[in-house]
Design a binder for this molecule. Structure first.
Ligand code: HEM
Length: 294
């Protein structure tokens, strides 16, 4: 159905604010995607959700995943389709989205294929592991939604703020050795090596990833933990939400012997804010940089 907003804008020859018209883009999977109707958007990933809101499409979002936590006034009342990395097609299709914008970590891949096979256009954007990835994602989503001018304005604002954050971090004399722990199951610690959002954030904040010799997420043995000697342990809130909380994590034999364990230095992050590389990334970098130096 053609919306009243579309008819009015078309009649007036105006670009459509929060537009219903959309362009064609080539996405992460090499798919040429045209979002014919962007009236019922389903957003997968906190980064994507925040970009959609910044571009003026917040009102068009009909459902989100559970990593979309901001802005709470918009996302809290919306239906949730599950965790970004373990989605199911049925829960999504029930919500009748006219288009899906998915962050790079959305999956598993067969679910995105099922959604496309069901006739729903899916724009799969890349994972953000750098400020450039974030800016590229802003432009891609802007193009897909025919909101190039809004995307350009956001790109300009973010580029300036990111450059300012980079300059502030560069002025810091210390480079704390950080260890990001994703999970702690019965003392088995899973830690972030290279090519993870955590590794990228540590670098952007002027720290050093103590586990940077590893690739991706790997089990951290007690011997390895002792030898890499982290000064700060970094976790997401939900990782230390269980019994004993942060203290229990630092008391793990593997961590207790490290400088971070001895000095009880732990930085607790909001996964959605600090690690999803949203348009709030410049503030997230500065906030994290202050915490690892505190
Ligand atoms: C049901 C609970 C959850 C499970 C089982 C889970 C599982 C995982 C796993 C397995 C990874 C590693 C993926 C990889 O190997 O690349 C991961 C990464 C991540 N998760 Fe979750 N997660 C959960 C909840 C959350 C929540 C609530 C958030 C944030 C709002 C979140 C944010 C992230 C982020 C940002 C990463 C990427 C970290 C990086 O690349 O450094 N997760 N999660």
């Amino acid at each position: 159905m053609i919306s009243r907003r579309f008819l009015l804008a078309a009649a007036a020859g105006l670009p459509m604010a929060g537009g219903a018209r959309a362009g064609t883009v080539t996405d992460l999977d090499g798919q040429a995607v045209t979002l014919g109707n962007a009236e019922r958007l389903l957003s997968l990933g906190g980064d994507v959700t925040e970009i959609l809101v910044e571009l003026g499409f917040g009102e068009k979002i009909v459902a989100v995943d559970t990593t979309s936590l901001y802005p709470p006034a918009l996302v809290d009342p919306l239906p949730k389709v599950g965790y970004l990395r373990s989605l199911g097609a049925e829960a999504i299709l029930t919500l009748r989205p006219s288009a899906i914008i998915a962050g790079g970590d959305a999956g598993p891949p067969n679910v995105l294929r099922q959604l496309r096979a069901a006739g729903v256009p899916v724009v799969h954007t890349e994972s953000s592991r750098s400020p450039e990835d974030l800016l590229h994602k802003v432009r891609l989503i802007g193009q897909a939604l025919d909101a190039g001018a809004a995307a350009q304005a956001l790109d300009d604002r973010l580029s300036k703020a990111l450059a300012a954050a980079e300059a502030e971090v560069k002025a810091q004399p210390r480079h704390p050795r950080c260890l990001f722990v994703l999970s702690n199951q019965g003392g088995r610690l899973m830690a972030a090596g290279r090519d993870t959002a955590a590794d990228a954030l540590i670098g952007l904040a002027g720290g050093v990833n103590a586990f940077g010799a590893a690739e991706g997420y790997k089990i951290l043995t007690p011997e390895a933990a002792a030898s890499i000697a982290p000064e700060v342990v970094v976790v997401m809130e939900h990782t230390v939400a269980g019994p004993g909380g942060a203290e229990a994590l630092l008391a793990q034999p593997a961590l207790a012997v490290t400088p971070a364990g001895r000095d009880k230095r732990l930085a607790v992050l909001e996964g959605g804010y600090h690690l999803q590389f949203t348009p709030r990334l410049p503030e997230a970098i500065l906030d994290f940089s202050r915490r690892i130096r505190a």
